[in-house]
Design a protein around this ligand. Structure first.
Ligand SMILES: [Zn+2]
Length: 389
């Protein structure tokens, strides 16, 4: 993490509190001195904030193990057990999940409702059910963050018109949640949320520019640009799965031809592999299969198809890393390494910096943890009530 500039004025108090919390919770700083150095805030200011955090049960301190070098053991700051928790709600094509996390994204409780069919009313009923199960056990909640499949209007918290989503469209999810719960509600696209979790706590912690690519029955992306989740003015998220790899290709339900989803999404890949092998295996089983030339050829073609879209993004955004999530977590390491090779062979800018391709730190939970991270991110910006003195 680069040096973060604190602000020494009364109006910036909330900003500073959010910043200090972020440094402690993400593990960037462990002592008052480190925080002061990292933020440029006066030691007095840092001590005052920490004292207030300790008084309100957000942070606690403990003595580190004795070392031979220094006489006095440094006092280490930690997230307190009593600190408020956050709830994440995830709306996917085949399940609705909720998670209870502490502010450092440690999972305390997880609830899930799978389905094969869905109505608008059921989306909300299932969402209420998983959240209520968590609230039955924990009431000290800083906020509820939602992560939903796209396309989504992030500004207004509306699920718009996802493909293959039981004909459901225009669900005002944020409004429904605000009417039912007396907590701050935040909503973002599922892959934006996953990218945020990976940036704050995961594989992208020290990376300023990366693309989170989630491949399942849909293909989506979240972009981290200069350390922040990329959000445009309209609140629409990047829909990478509908970037075309062939203008004369297969007709997609979006009206475009050759969309990546028509070639590399999980259900399409599964059909291709079943047909070629004449075996009725799962996506996961096929990914762990070895010694089949036919399957290897299909997977190589998948990587080539995906790399067309990745390289279009690479040439436009110049990221340092591609983070793979969703069903890519099932990929063998050799497949990930091969994709990294292809991406680097094809990129234009030759700055001797290899673009890394890595699996998400939070694995298949990246979007769910991301939902909770949407709340924590607001706390880090000093915008949540529990941080106000
Ligand atoms: Zn399309």
């Amino acid at each position: 993490m680069g040096k973060l500039n604190g602000k020494n004025s009364i109006t910036s108090k909330q900003f500073n509190r959010g910043l200090v919390l972020k440094l402690i919770v993400t593990g960037a700083c462990h002592t008052r001195i480190e925080i002061s150095k990292q933020t440029g805030l006066a030691k007095m200011t840092v001590s005052k904030i920490i004292q207030e955090f300790m008084d309100s049960g957000i942070v606690s301190e403990c003595e580190e193990e004795p070392t031979e070098v220094c006489g006095r053991n440094p006092i280490i700051l930690r997230l307190s057990e009593k600190a408020p928790k956050v709830i994440g709600l995830l709306i996917f094509r085949d399940r609705i999940e909720a998670v209870l996390c502490d502010l450092s994204m440690r999972i305390i409780q997880k609830e899930s409702i799978p389905f094969q069919d869905l109505t608008e009313q059921q989306i909300m009923n299932y969402s209420y059910e998983v959240i209520d199960r968590i609230l039955a056990k924990e009431k000290n909640i800083a906020g509820i963050g939602a992560a939903v499949i796209g396309p989504v209007d992030i500004t207004n918290g509306v699920l718009l018109n996802p493909t293959r989503f039981y004909g459901i469209h225009d669900v005002h999810i944020k409004e429904y949640l605000q009417n039912r719960y007396d907590y701050p509600i935040f909503l973002d696209h599922d892959n934006n949320s996953a990218a945020l979790a990976e940036k704050l706590f995961g594989i992208g912690k020290h990376v300023e520019d990366f693309i989170f690519l989630g491949i399942s029955n849909g293909i989506g992306a979240g972009i981290i640009s200069s350390g922040e989740v990329y959000h445009n003015h309209k609140g629409l998220a990047p829909e990478i799965g509908h970037m075309s790899i062939d203008c004369n290709g297969i007709l997609c339900s979006c009206g475009n031809r050759g969309c990546l989803e028509m070639y590399a999404s999980s259900h399409v890949m599964l059909e291709k592999m079943k047909k070629a092998s004449k075996k009725d295996l799962s996506y996961e089983e096929f990914m762990h299969m070895s010694g089949s030339k036919r399957i290897d050829n299909i997977l190589e073609q998948m990587l080539q198809d995906i790399s067309v879209v990745i390289n279009n993004c690479v040439n436009m955004l110049q990221p340092e890393m591609i983070v793979l999530g969703h069903d890519c977590i099932e990929w063998q390491d050799s497949l990930v390494a091969r994709l990294e090779d292809i991406v680097n062979e094809k990129k234009l800018a030759n700055d001797n910096q290899r673009i890394l391709v890595r699996k998400a730190y939070f694995g298949k939970n990246a979007q769910l943890i991301g939902a909770a991270a949407n709340v924590v991110d607001q706390a880090f910006k000093g915008d949540l009530k529990f941080l106000q003195s």
